[in-house]
Design a protein around this ligand. Structure first.
Ligand SMILES: *Cc1c(COP(=O)(O)O)cnc(C)c1O
Length: 362
């Protein structure tokens, strides 16, 4: 007797996994209006010619597996960051590395502490591992409540994620605040510092977070090529940690995840000539950020340290997001909380300014 086939039994923990909402392309605007996607914190600049050439060259070899150890790129990062190669782990975007960090530290039922609102990938990677998310609300200035986060750590906590600058609120904390926090966290707890937007932080802020890895072996700094370096589509990120933590991240890495094309693009980006050009672009985006913040005034959180601004509009968030959408600007809506808008092409920034002023005094 053959019985009807039924669905396989999947892990019950999957029921708790929230689905990631990717930024959407804007709807076509009224006639003549160029549409801009300012919902995903992408870099508006296309790849530099040298990066494109490296991509094209690497593409000729894609019949071969990539170098799993990403030897050359690891060496280049080791030189540019002044850390040993065995302190680095590379991944397909820092999102992958954050997931690997959960895999090396959280067993089923362990607690993972992070701020909220923060990056929407955190609840997903926690739930996939069957870990319990402990969300600590940001303070009234939309900053991490670091003391509150330290206080939320229990015997069941195996990992904490801090995000600076924080997505979506844009605020960052100082090196001194980070040190104080690290001193208050038990050393058995892995602290992931997500610095996806670190290149956009104001120049007068003292960060040097990478140095702290030597002093605090439970600290793991995550960076990405997706934002300041404009490589979101090729998936490349890295972690800086103790050799033990970095080795564990490498051990759980998906084999051959980082393509040869991504590795070649990463190397081209780290070349000194490209770094100069990319810095000019970052500087320009930071100047645009200042211009937008000044124009938006109290409508935006003024301490914006990423390539985006945060408009904490509460119940009015939906209204503003749909106003933007009608003018072919697709922003990121956090329902009932706020709206996050990427600093992008000048024309897109201008349109945001115009919409904001219409919103404030219609
Ligand atoms: C964009 C982003 C990342 C990195 O994304 P990848 O493209 O996977 O490198 C990580 N953390 C935060 C907070 C982000 O906003």
């Amino acid at each position: 007797m053959t019985s009807a086939h039924s669905e396989p039994e999947l892990r019950a923990a999957l029921d708790a996994v929230p689905r990631y909402k990717a930024g959407v392309a804007p709807p076509p605007g009224p006639v003549g209006l160029t549409a801009y996607k300012v919902a995903s914190n992408e870099n508006p600049y296309p790849p530099l010619p040298g990066v494109l050439a490296a991509i094209a060259d690497a593409a000729t070899g894609v019949n071969r597996y990539p170098d799993f150890a990403a030897t050359e790129l690891t060496q280049a990062l080791s030189t540019s960051l002044n850390v040993a190669a065995d302190q680095l782990a590379l991944g397909t975007g820092s999102v992958a590395l954050i997931q690997y960090a959960v895999q090396i530290s959280c067993d089923q039922g362990d607690e993972l502490v992070y701020a909220w609102p923060s990056f929407e990938a955190y609840p997903i990677v926690a739930a996939i591992a069957g870990a319990e998310s402990i969300q600590v609300r940001v303070n009234d200035s939309y900053e991490h409540d670091l003391a509150g986060m330290a206080a939320a750590i229990t015997d069941k906590t195996s990992m904490v994620i801090v995000c600076s600058p924080n997505n979506p609120t844009g605020t960052s904390f100082s090196r001194a605040q980070l040190v104080e926090f690290l001193q208050s966290v038990p050393s058995r707890v892995l602290v992931v510092l997500d610095e996806a937007y670190v290149e956009f932080v104001d120049d007068d802020r003292d960060l040097r977070s990478v140095d702290l890895v030597k002093q605090f072996p439970n600290l793991c700094v995550m960076r990405t090529f997706s934002k300041a370096y404009g490589l979101a589509g090729l998936r490349l990120g890295y972690a800086i940690a103790s050799p033990t933590v970095a080795g564990a991240l490498r051990a759980v890495s998906l084999p051959f995840g980082i393509s040869a094309v991504a590795q070649a693009a990463g190397l081209a980006i780290l070349a000194p000539a490209a770094q100069g050009e990319l810095q000019l672009r970052v500087d320009h985006l930071k100047a645009e950020r200042s211009r937008v913040l000044t124009a938006l005034g109290p409508m935006a959180t003024q301490d914006a340290q990423g390539n985006f601004v945060w408009l904490p509009l509460g119940e009015r968030s939906e209204t503003f997001a749909s106003m933007c959408s009608q003018q072919a600007l697709s922003v990121r809506l956090f329902s009932g909380v706020g709206v996050r808008v990427t600093i992008a092409e000048r024309a897109a920034n201008d349109r945001l300014i115009a919409l904001a002023s219409e919103f404030v005094s219609p």
